[in-house]
Write a protein of this length. Structure first.
Length: 325
């Protein structure tokens, strides 16, 4: 299984604003189906979506742990910085992971968590931007000390980099309120529904590989629609054209709390996600130890509660756990 991805995601409020505008234009032309009650729910304009961003300060109270700082290589402890390779957020598209608020400040669960880790270690991040495809190679060749990009732990990746885990993610389902199912735990629970997901993704592969399961169970097959952007998916959920969205667990849980008339229906798998370092780097252990220190002092739970996804939190961070994948 590849990492849980965020390709083409918009923030729920931004996507809903686009969906609402699309419905308005289509209805004016007399060509759209009448929207459900959910589609008529009040939504914020994209420009005002920042009003929904939680603002609790969950980082400034984190204290440096001298014992953890002593775990860092002497040269890094002396200079007081770690270079961090990550993707550059745009607007609110990547929430709850990351985004940029109206003042231009980077916000999100990942931002709070990595800043809390840095405070615990007594260093600051020298943030450098790359793409999802270039971050792991950048840690291998020394461009970045640490890579951060919602990288799922896999056996193949553990052959070339080390992981310090900080959350769990997986494959999950967001259902329209009109869907009769209350839980979806297997692909056969999808039988008869119209499912939307991203093309070229792990989600597409899972649905393709499982396409014969419904007929084998004597049920009507599910129908799959592919979208590179979340806006038409939210529109489809609102107007009844789509029953279920299949996507990364953390994002789906966040959407369930922010998209009107939807609910989280469950997930079919999960995987640990971690910061990456060069293979054999002395940094993986202090990073993992810092996460565990945040778990112990309660700061970690506050970060996940702030962003509304406590169920994706880890009980314990590990270095290179057995991914089973």
């Amino acid at each position: 299984m590849s990492t849980p991805g965020r390709v083409g995601r918009r923030s729920p409020l931004a996507a809903l604003a686009i969906a609402a505008a699309t419905l308005t234009l289509a209805t004016a032309c007399g060509s759209a189906a009448k929207p459900t009650a959910g589609a008529g729910a009040p939504v914020a304009a994209e420009g005002s979506a920042s009003a929904s961003i939680p603002t609790q300060d969950v980082v400034s109270g984190v204290q440096t742990d001298p014992a953890l700082k002593a775990e860092l290589p002497a040269a890094i402890a002396a200079r007081g910085t770690l270079s961090l390779g990550t993707t550059q957020p745009t607007g609110l598209a990547g929430l709850p992971h990351d985004g940029v608020d109206a003042a231009g400040k980077e916000v999100g669960l990942d931002v709070d968590l990595r800043n809390a880790i840095a405070k615990k270690l007594g260093v600051t991040w020298d943030v450098q931007y790359g793409t999802f495809q270039t971050i792991i190679p950048g840690t291998q060749n020394g461009k970045f000390d640490v890579g951060w990009g919602n990288f799922g732990v896999t056996k193949a990746r553990e052959q070339i980099v080390d992981f310090a885990t900080y959350l769990t993610d997986g494959q999950a389902f967001l259902g329209a309120s009109s869907v009769s199912a209350t839980k979806i735990n297997t692909l056969t629970d999808l039988c008869g529904y119209t499912v939307a997901t991203s093309p070229g993704s792990t989600f597409q592969q899972i649905l393709t590989d499982g396409a014969a399961k419904c007929s084998a169970a004597g049920k009507k097959p599910y129908t799959v629609q592919y979208f590179s952007d979340s806006a038409p998916i939210f529109l489809g959920l609102a107007n009844g054209k789509i029953d279920v969205m299949f996507g990364p667990t953390l994002s789906v849980k966040y959407d369930a709390a922010h998209v009107p008339d939807t609910r989280f229906l469950g997930q079919i798998s999960s995987t640990p996600v971690g910061a990456v370092t060069a293979k054999g780097s002395p940094l993986a252990k202090p990073l993992s130890d810092a996460v565990n220190a945040l778990i112990a002092d309660g700061s970690y739970a506050k970060i996940f509660a702030k962003w509304g996804v406590p169920d994706t939190a880890l009980k314990t961070s590990q270095v290179n756990p057995d991914p089973g994948l």
